[in-house]
Structures are given as C-alpha cells and as structure tokens.
Design a protein around this ligand. Structure first.
Ligand SMILES: CC(C)(COP(=O)(O)OP(=O)(O)OC[C@H]1O[C@@H](n2cnc3c(N)ncnc32)[C@H](O)[C@@H]1OP(=O)(O)O)[C@@H](O)C(=O)NCCC(=O)NCCS
Length: 180
C-alpha cells in the first residue's frame, strides 16, 4: 500500500480559531495553493469573516481542514452542491501546502472527502475541475476512480494565459458498486 492509498495519515476536521493563520496564508502566500490554483492576493479578513459567520460550513459551500495525525493543518478540502435538483452533484476541491505535497496527502484527503459525501449526503455524482497542466491532481483523481469526461477550452486565466480546464466525474455506483 502506497501513502496515497492510506487514509490514516490525515483526517478532515472543521477549521478552528487556531487555524486562522493557515487561512490567512491562503490569501497572502502565492505558493500556498500552487501555480495552478493561486487566484492572486486576497483580503485575509474575508476568510476570517466567513469563519466567524459559519465556521466555513454551510449548505452552499463548505471548507474543512486537512490535518495530520498531530492535528497540524496541512491543507483545505472543499465541496459545494452543483446543478439541479440539489443533493445529486457535488464539486470538490483540495489544496495541500507545498511542504506536505507529493506524500499522498492530496489523494488521501480526496478519498476521505468522497467517503464523507457518499456517507452523509445523497450525492450520486462527485465532480472536480482541474487545470490541464495539473498532473498531480489528475493522477490523484484517477487513482480514486474519477473519469476524465471532457475539456473546457480556455475556461481559466493563469499567469497571463487562458488555459483549458479538465472535467472529472465519479458516480456513486462506480465507487461503491452494488453487491449481491
Ligand atoms: C494537486 C494536489 C492536491 C495533489 O496532492 P499531493 O498530496 O501533492 O499528491 P499525492 O502525493 O497524493 O500524489 C498524487 C499523484 O500525483 C503524483 N504527483 C505528485 N506530485 C506530482 C508532481 N509535482 N507532478 C506530477 N505528478 C505528481 C504522485 O506520484 C501520485 O501519482 P500516483 O497515484 O500515480 O502515484 C497538491 O499537489 C496540491 O494541493 N497542489 C496545489 C493546489 C492544487 O493544485 N489543487 C488541485 C485543485 S484542482
């Protein structure tokens, strides 16, 4: 079993007040979300306000911490409902800070995220969008059974260029086939 197949190395938990410096970092450190996801500098107070309002957990969008066994936060995992009717499709996203990348954390966190959504929501489809150049994310999704379903050409803008975005999807029955 490789680190990417293990889910005991990390866990998902709600953000706490002690994690606010981590949330600040996502707005101020261009490396924190990496070359494909850094949206530019943001106001850290906006993230703090969101945490104070609802702890980053709501029916419209949720973000939780990816934490190591010692509870250190090493990333962020998100989901939000998509499409109509609500409750069928959820879009997920994940970001691991650079010092914890390439150690299986991103794959393990997304495995936990899929498990959580299938256990606690009526999700039939989980989808993820990723930059065409983001090989680590594509490999992580494919290891979990996500299928690449299409390319949205020129959908994003990064580093001065319009870039393609890949659509990945995973159906409940593919991840958890019915047993006799
Ligand atoms: C993308 C990301 C979540 C992947 O998580 P990670 O913990 O770094 O990746 P893992 O260690 O779980 O590895 C996943 C796969 O990618 C491969 N990989 C890891 N780093 C890689 C790299 N820099 N380039 C290419 N492949 C890489 C691993 O070998 C593994 O492949 P395998 O399943 O065939 O063994 C993480 O790198 C990250 O947070 N990046 C910045 C934010 C981001 O891009 N998020 C994705 C949003 S769509």
């Amino acid at each position: 079993m490789t680190p990417a197949d293990r889910t005991d190395t990390v866990h998902l938990r709600a953000f706490t007040e002690g994690d606010l410096p981590f949330l600040d970092r996502l707005c101020t450190d261009p490396d924190a979300l990496g070359e494909f996801e850094w949206p530019g500098f943001g106001d850290p107070r906006a993230r703090r306000k969101r945490w104070e309002a609802d702890g980053y957990i709501s029916a419209d969008s949720t973000a939780v911490a990816i934490a190591r066994a010692d509870n250190t936060v090493v990333g962020i995992a998100t989901w939000k409902p998509r499409g109509f009717p609500s409750g069928v499709t959820y879009e997920i996203g994940v970001g691991v800070v650079p010092e914890h990348r390439s150690q299986g954390v991103g794959t393990a966190a997304q495995r936990l995220l899929v498990d959580y959504l299938l256990d606690h929501t009526t999700a039939n489809r989980i989808e993820a969008l990723t930059n065409g150049g983001n090989l680590a994310e594509q490999k992580a999704l494919e290891r979990l059974g996500f299928r690449q379903e299409g390319v949205m050409r020129g959908r994003s803008f990064q580093h001065g260029n319009y870039v393609d975005v890949l659509v990945y999807g995973l159906l409940r029955a593919e991840y958890r086939p019915a047993t006799a």
